[in-house]
Structure formats: C-alpha cells, structure tokens
Write a protein that binds this ligand. Structure first.
Ligand SMILES: Nc1ncnc2c1ncn2[C@@H]1O[C@H](COP(=O)(O)OP(=O)(O)O)[C@@H](O)[C@H]1O
Ligand SMILES: [Mg+2]
Length: 339
C-alpha cells in the first residue's frame, strides 16, 4: 500500500460515523438488544457510559471499552484537550428563567451541560420555575430560549397544564403548540424515576429536548429510604441517578434542573438551619445550587446562589404571578422600602 493509500484509508476511517447503536463495532443483535433493555438506545448515551455500566449487557470490560470508545469518537468526547474543552464550553447554551435579575446572578441564564438545583421550602416557587422553564425553552434564542422542547419528570403530581397555558399565552406562544413540546412523565417510585431517565435518550433526541426537569429529585428517595441504615443505599442510588442526568445533559447539550426540599437541622451556631435534602452527593453533582425563599407574604421570592464552581454568592428578588416568573419592578422595590 502506498503512502497515498494509507492516507486515504485513514481519512475514510476518520469519517466513519455510527448513527445507531447497532452500527457500533462489536455490537451484534444480541448485545444491542441487551443495551436497549439497559436504557442505551442512542450512540450518545453509550458514549457517556462507563464500561462497568455496559457489563450487564454481557460484554466483557475490554469489549465494553472499545464500544464506548467508538461511540465517543462520534461525539468527540474522550480525552479532551484543553482547547477542545474550550470549544465544548462554547457550545454551552443559556436559557432565561423569566427574571432578568435571576438570569444575571447565574451568569446570563441557566446553562446546558450542567445540573441546576433549586431548593427551598414548600411554596417557595420551585415548581413554578420549572413550569416557566418548560415554556421559555420553546422561545427563539433572541428571546432567551433554545427553540427546543422540555422533558418533565414529576414525582409529586404537581405539574399543571393550566399553568403552562397561562404562561405560554403571556409570552405569545400558541398554547396548543406549547403543550405539544412538553413530554411529561409521572414517576411513581424512586425506581420508576430512575428508569424514566435511564430510558430517556431516544425521546430527548427525537423531540429536540433542551431541558430535562426532575421535580422533585428527592421526594421518593426520602420517603422510601427511611432510617439510618438506609442512608448509604439511598445516597448510592441518588448518586447514580444524578450521574445519568449529567450524562444526558452533556450528550445532548441540554439543561438539567432538579428541585429539592429542605429540612431544618439543629445547628450549633445558628439555632435551626435550613439544609437541602440529599447531603453532599446532590450538592457535589449539581453544579449550581439556588436557594429559594419567600420574602414576605405575597408574590415576592428571594433566590440566592449558594454554590457554583465559578459564580459568586449573590441574591436577587423575583415574583411569582399569574403570568409566571417575573422581575420585581423598580417602583415595586421602592414602595416596598417605603411601606
Ligand atoms: N396562578 C398563579 N398565580 C399567582 N401565583 C401563583 C399561581 N400559581 C402558583 N402561584 C404561587 O406559587 C406558589 C406555589 O409555588 P410552587 O412552585 O408550587 O412551590 P414549591 O416550591 O413547593 O414547588 C403558590 O403558593 C403561589 O404563591
Ligand atoms: Mg413543587
């Protein structure tokens, strides 16, 4: 073979792209069937798997590695050079929350490829924000949206279509169109909740999903895993669930949002302090944590960035109204100060 032939062959190899998991080298009919039962329906999700996660499909570690490597070659994630990392971060898209004040403290909107966690007491506005994001994601980029759809995993049965319709109308989106772009799933148990995400890859791809919402992340886990001895298995499952979510958000360049309740814990210095559920695991996997609380009686809420790899701690107010999530106007702020 001449040098030219070698070059030609190399170029051809470079251009190989695998469209379906069945196209991946080493994936025969039996393996692909098992991969699909494990929740891997797309090349993107295989690319984000670890070899251990593929072993239940009946492939040895070595073969699992080579399958994952082939999948990664398609979407370009393997060892990443810093300049490529920069390129990946340029792919990061941002979505408006509906409040410019909140957008500002999170650096211009919620971002893709990371998990944003909203935590706070009952009624603090977590689910309202989730509803708003489902509508905002459908907006064109010039209005702060991503021209995409939403996937909503509801664990507390608090999703309300009427709210979506109200918010869509306010933004001038045809309600019938708005509801078509939201894929809804109610999770009945924590296992079911995990199963839903583990099998979401095809739905995300086919429906151009740009935001995945889990509202609430922790409620089932909290009620099912009771007692000290259940804490370790609970955290292990939660960890797995969060990793699936982050993998999906990276593979498909989507936003991921989870909500979380709080508990009051006796604190040596501050009396009773408010803590989010799930401890370190949830905290370490969600990249940005936002604490929500009521300002007083009425529609005003306070959002505080509690942890983020690069954002400073900051606090802003917004309000929840009939229209959805909105900014508090300057006049309202002034009259509040006077009043
Ligand atoms: N249609 C509406 N108009 C005005 N405010 C609303 C409307 N729907 C819900 N809210 C506000 O949102 C609050 C519920 O917030 P929610 O997001 O469900 O809380 P949680 O943090 O428990 O998920 C209500 O107490 C109310 O203040
Ligand atoms: Mg809620």
């Amino acid at each position: 073979m001449s040098e030219e032939d070698v070059e030609k062959q190399e170029n051809e190899e470079k251009e190989i792209t695998y469209k379906f998991i069945e196209d991946l080298p080493g994936v025969g009919p039996a393996t692909s069937k098992k991969l699909r039962t494990l929740g891997y329906h797309t090349v993107e999700s295989v690319a984000m798997a670890t070899s251990r996660e593929l072993e239940p499909a009946g492939v040895g570690q070595k073969k699992a590695f080579s399958i994952i490597e082939a999948a990664r070659s398609v979407i370009g994630v393997n060892f990443i050079r810093a300049d490529e990392l920069l390129k990946m971060s340029k792919d990061v898209l941002r979505l408006t929350t509906g409040s410019k004040a909140i957008d500002n403290i999170v650096g211009g909107g919620l971002e893709t490829q990371t998990i944003t966690e909203f935590y706070g007491e009952y009624g603090s506005g977590k689910s309202q924000i989730c509803h708003q994001l489902c509508v905002n994601v459908q907006l064109p980029p010039e209005r702060g949206g991503l021209n995409g759809g939403a996937l909503y995993v509801d664990t507390e049965n608090t999703f309300r279509l009427e709210r979506i319709i109200q918010m869509a109308k306010h933004l001038g989106i045809e309600p019938e169109e708005a509801v078509k772009k939201i894929i809804y799933a109610e999770a009945y148990t924590s296992d079911h909740q995990m199963f839903l995400l583990e099998n979401a890859d095809e739905i995300i791809k086919e429906n151009n999903i740009k935001i995945i919402i889990v509202d609430s992340l922790t409620s089932h886990f909290r009620s099912e895993y009771v007692g000290r001895e259940m804490l370790a298995p609970r955290q292990q499952r939660l960890n797995k669930h969060m990793h699936k979510l982050i993998a999906l958000s990276r593979a498909f360049n989507t936003i991921a949002v989870v909500t979380n309740q709080v508990m009051s814990k006796p604190d040596v210095f501050f009396g009773n302090a408010i803590h989010p559920i799930g401890g370190h695991i949830v905290g370490h996997t969600s990249n940005t944590r936002i604490f929500l609380r009521r300002a007083s009686r009425g529609p005003v809420r306070i959002a505080r960035i509690v942890a983020s790899p690069y954002l400073p701690e900051a606090e802003e107010i917004f309000k929840v109204t009939e229209n959805g999530i909105e900014d508090v106007s300057e006049e309202e702020k002034l009259s509040k100060k006077r009043g």
